[in-house]
Design a protein around this ligand. Structure first.
Ligand SMILES: Nc1ncnc2c1ncn2[C@@H]1O[C@H](COP(=O)(O)OP(=O)(O)OP(=O)(O)O)[C@@H](O)[C@H]1O
Length: 683
């Protein structure tokens, strides 16, 4: 799976800032970067470079850096469709992608995080999807792509290289040494200002101030009302009844006004169940399909409580003590959540602040010290700021983990554990912990117990881990050498409709984006090697339709809510079925329909056949006979696409319900109960 972006979010701050004493040795062991297998920086052969990457994954995470630079700065791509070149790349990539290294995903590579080596800004320990779990931390190479890619706009940047987060390339604003900023914390290092590298000076544009922009929203789709037919299961002791309308939530007038201005007239199922549970003070693990309104499901009741408790307008203080902390795995997602928090708290004295990696720490701190009731943060930056004593945890009443399964897995789990054991953080008995995701593997549910009160409630809307049924899924058998041609064919048919193309590695994201630009298809890209400024620019260009195609790694797989994404193409399938579910969930949101096309490469994707068949059949999609055959041949005659394997947790893993467990149809009477087909898919 493509984990590429996560690592830097996690690790950087610990080296320079908040490092619990017992962890220090561990973190510093690789501090000079020599812990990891270093791959020579200069390779003139892209295929070779990739092969080296592949071998380096065994012992470490060395990655040649020649690819992006050479490819773009020497304009190799300008030479057109160099099949030799492409083949070289593909070959290299193929070896990277094959076997356990590609499919290692959650298992293999994440387990390697122990080293915490710190590369120099010129580090070759680049992370890449599938390898970055233990990869170089700082000095992540940035691609040479620049600009929004409006056709031919991917520019060469000879020599441009830099890291995301802590380090900037030559073409970025760099302040070296003590810099201009007076924040001591920056000079000390941290995600945005390690002493060994130039500082991050990127200050994201301020959020919109005008009401129209704050409340801008897209329309719910034709299938929005069908949400009501989805089965909902609530397990755990004594759950409160669901509410059916916003009025029943008894929210204050300002919140109701904001909800109306946001265009919400009707609750989605996850909101019907989660709002009263959170208002009742209970801990919650909620699982509902992509695009079904989980963000408002936690924001609204938290804000309602804050209003009820008469939260005082926060004022300037060096140490802010927010009542609510929300964490999410990617920068763009946490920013999106922040904008939602800001929207729903409009006109109240509740102040939300966002902070995430790749942006100037001093800027974040300036925002925070002005007052902070709700802090939205990526984990690495959060720990950094806590370490710098700008955020105190004593007042935390609500801790929200969005994309909670991601936040608790081997990548972020240790960070989250540190967060809950930080000095001042109220114990789980003293705070309310809320977890949301569209997927919740069983093992992650078990881990979550450590964060939640024993009597937490579990809400499952539809099938846990199931794909959104509003997405029409198509799986095409496409070999790796035919993928580009097929992609162009599909994109030409699609025309200007917004499309996200997922690939497995950062390098490939650059290649495909460049390739599409050469084909005169306006394309931009987002991945962890791009500067934050570029990432945001790319997302902006995609959102506004300037570039209708966004090539992305898994960094964009979760949570992003972009209007009018009509197609998702998995140029490469991800390594896990959960990631597939999240990726295709970028379309078909909020009752709108969407299409997902996935290229299935017999050479590398057969392990995904069985869970894919399951996801497709559960979502009532056509399952190609050839895919079923592969699933059968891989897993033997015992496999049934419709039988529940252990691919998903079907329900609360506690299984042993202590009390009332209710099976509901989103609060509707039995006459409106789902049809038998729905019943079949729920057990
Ligand atoms: N009750 C509602 N009425 C109308 N629109 C809604 C409602 N609830 C949420 N939405 C809108 O639906 C879209 C998807 O919501 P959101 O991003 O919270 O989904 P999600 O369940 O968190 O998805 P993901 O699993 O991909 O993170 C957003 O644009 C949001 O504003």
């Amino acid at each position: 799976m493509g984990d590429e972006d996560w690592e830097a979010e996690i690790i950087k701050p610990h080296i320079s800032s908040y490092v619990p004493v017992f962890e220090k040795d561990r973190y510093s062991s690789g501090a000079n970067g020599d812990t990891f297998n270093r791959t020579p920086a200069s390779s003139s052969d892209p295929g070779e470079s990739n092969k080296r990457e592949n071998t380096s994954t065994v012992g470490g995470f060395g990655v040649g850096k020649s690819f992006g630079n050479r490819g773009f700065s020497n304009n190799k791509f300008e030479e057109g469709d160099s099949s030799g070149f492409w083949r070289g790349y593909q070959d290299g990539n193929d070896s990277e992608a094959s076997g356990s290294s590609r499919r290692g995903g959650r298992g293999s590579f994440r387990g390697c995080r122990g080293g915490f080596g710190r590369g120099s800004p010129n580090s070759d320990y680049e992370q890449d999807e599938g390898t970055q779990r233990s990869g170089g931390i700082f000095g992540s190479r940035r691609s040479a792509l620049s600009g929004a890619g409006n056709g031919d706009t991917f520019q060469s940047r000879s020599g441009s290289r830099s890291g995301r987060g802590g380090y900037k390339g030559l073409n970025e604003e760099v302040i070296t040494g003590s810099g201009k900023n007076s924040w001591k914390s920056e000079a000390e290092g941290g995600e945005s200002g390690d002493t060994q590298g130039p500082k991050v000076t990127y200050i994201p544009p301020p959020p919109p101030e005008d009401e129209d922009s704050i409340f801008a929203h897209y329309q719910t789709g034709i299938n929005f009302d069908k949400y009501d037919t989805i089965l909902v299961e609530v397990s755990g002791h004594d759950p409160p009844p669901a509410i059916l309308t916003f009025e029943e939530a008894n929210l204050c007038q300002t919140l109701n006004n904001n909800i109306a201005k946001a265009g919400y007239t009707k609750l989605t199922p996850v909101q019907k169940y989660s709002i009263p549970i959170i208002q009742g003070g209970r801990d919650l693990m909620a699982c509902a399909q992509t695009g079904s309104g989980k963000t408002a499901a936690f924001l609204l009741p938290i804000l309602a409580h804050m209003m009820r408790d008469g939260i005082t307008a926060s004022r300037f203080k060096e140490l802010q003590e927010p009542e609510c902390i929300i964490v999410a795995p990617t920068r763009e997602l946490i920013n999106q959540i922040y904008l939602e928090a800001r929207k729903f708290s409009f006109g109240t004295c509740v102040r939300a602040v966002v902070t995430y990696g790749g942006t100037q720490l001093g800027h974040s701190i300036r925002q925070i010290v002005q007052g902070c009731n709700i802090l939205c943060a990526t984990p690495g930056r959060l720990m950094d700021i806590i370490g710098k004593e700008k955020i105190g945890l004593r007042q935390v009443k609500y801790l929200v983990l969005d994309e909670a399964d991601r936040m608790l897995d081997m990548g972020f789990g240790p960070e989250m554990k540190k967060l809950i054991s930080c000095p001042g953080m109220p114990s789980k008995e003293q705070r309310q912990t809320l977890m949301f995701s569209a997927t919740f593997p069983e093992e992650i549910q078990r881990l979550a117990g450590e964060f939640l009160k024993a009597n937490y409630l579990f809400v499952a809307v539809g099938q846990v881990g199931g794909a959104c049924r509003d997405v029409q899924q198509t799986i095409l058998q496409v070999g790796q050498y035919s993928k580009r041609e097929k992609l162009v064919e599909i994109l030409r048919n699609i025309g200007d409709e917004r499309t996200m193309v997922f690939v497995e590695t950062k390098k490939k994201a650059d290649f495909i984006a460049t390739f599409l630009c050469q084909e005169k298809i306006s394309t931009t890209s987002i991945h962890g090697d791009r500067e934050q400024r570029e990432r945001e620019q790319a997302l902006g260009d995609f959102r506004c339709g300037k570039c209708p195609v966004l090539v992305a790694t898994s960094v964009a797989a979760r949570g992003l809510d972009i209007e009018n994404v009509q197609h998702v193409i998995n140029f490469d399938l991800p390594s896990t079925i959960d990631e597939y579910v999240h990726r295709i969930g970028r379309t078909g949101r909020c009752g709108n329909t969407g299409r997902a096309i996935s290229f299935f490469d017999l050479e590398s994707d057969s392990q995904l056949a069985q869970p894919l068949v399951k996801v497709l059949s559960d979502a009532q999609q056509d399952v190609p006979a050839w895919l079923e055959e592969i699933a059968f041949s891989t897993y033997g005659p015992g496999f049934s696409g419709n039988a529940r394997g252990n691919v998903f947790a079907s329900v609360d893993t506690r299984k042993n319900y202590h009390g009332k467990s209710s099976l509901n149809t989103a609060g509707f009477s039995s006459s409106q109960a789902p049809n038998p087909v729905d019943d079949e898919s729920w057990d």
